[in-house]
Design a protein around this ligand. Structure first.
Ligand code: COA
Length: 189
């Protein structure tokens, strides 16, 4: 795969949202939701510290390559009327460059949940993935208890392809996971 073309680095605009690269000015907005235990609950890691937010933003300030396994395009989600205020994020990770497989993820500040913003942002990112980025198969992995995220996958028209039972240990709780996916030829949005 080639590097992310300039058109994808530039903001992606939807009906209500702007998806853009994070800047150092966004650290507090990002920390406001990434610090919350309820947000991190299904992210397979502890809540982020403010320093962690700042470091990961700084590491991506110059954009993201899109060539090697593990390259990840992280975009801030903002409402169109307030493009300087970050309400969440979406991420697209190149899981397997040779087979053009990418993983998608989403996080919203709980204050902005329940308006369809995550689905709208994910739909735009998926369209960019299948369009400019040449992805063949897009997938998402989620804890089976993450019902809000299950609903995002289903609204996007992704297919539940796997139910992995007790495939993770979350503290003293066995975690189970769904894998949802959609192919480029199936993408209609
Ligand atoms: C997963 C997550 C992003 C889902 O957020 P969400 O707000 O429920 O999802 P959306 O933004 O797509 O909003 C959908 C809801 O808004 C409602 N809605 C209200 N107004 C709407 C509108 N104008 N357009 C579309 N939907 C609208 C929908 O009916 C839907 O409600 P429902 O799910 O109760 O049926 C959020 O719960 C989150 O950040 N969780 C923590 C992080 C996480 O777990 N991420 C995923 C890891 S795999």
């Amino acid at each position: 795969m080639t590097a992310v073309p300039p058109g994808v680095r530039a903001p992606v605009v939807t009906e209500r949202l702007v998806l853009r690269l994070f800047t150092p000015d966004d650290v507090d907005d990002r920390y406001a939701y990434q610090r919350l235990p309820d947000v991190a609950r299904f992210l397979y890691r502890p809540p982020l510290t403010r320093e962690g937010c700042a470091e990961s933003i700084a590491a991506r300030a110059g954009g993201t390559p899109w060539q090697a396994d593990g390259d990840a395009l992280l975009l801030a989600v903002c409402r169109a009327q307030e493009p300087g205020v970050v309400i969440g994020e979406v991420v697209l990770t190149l899981a397997n460059a040779r087979a053009r497989q990418a993983e998608i993820g989403w996080v919203l500040h709980p204050r902005h949940a329940g308006h369809g913003y995550a689905t709208e942002a994910a739909r735009a990112l998926a369209s960019a993935a299948f369009g400019r980025l040449g992805v063949h198969r897009l997938f998402a992995r989620l804890d089976v208890l993450n019902t809000a995220s299950v609903r995002v996958c289903e609204r996007l028209g992704m297919r539940r392809e796997a139910h992995l039972v007790d495939n993770d240990l979350d503290g003293d709780r066995w975690g189970s996971e769904y894998v949802y996916a959609v192919l480029a030829r199936e993408w209609t949005s």
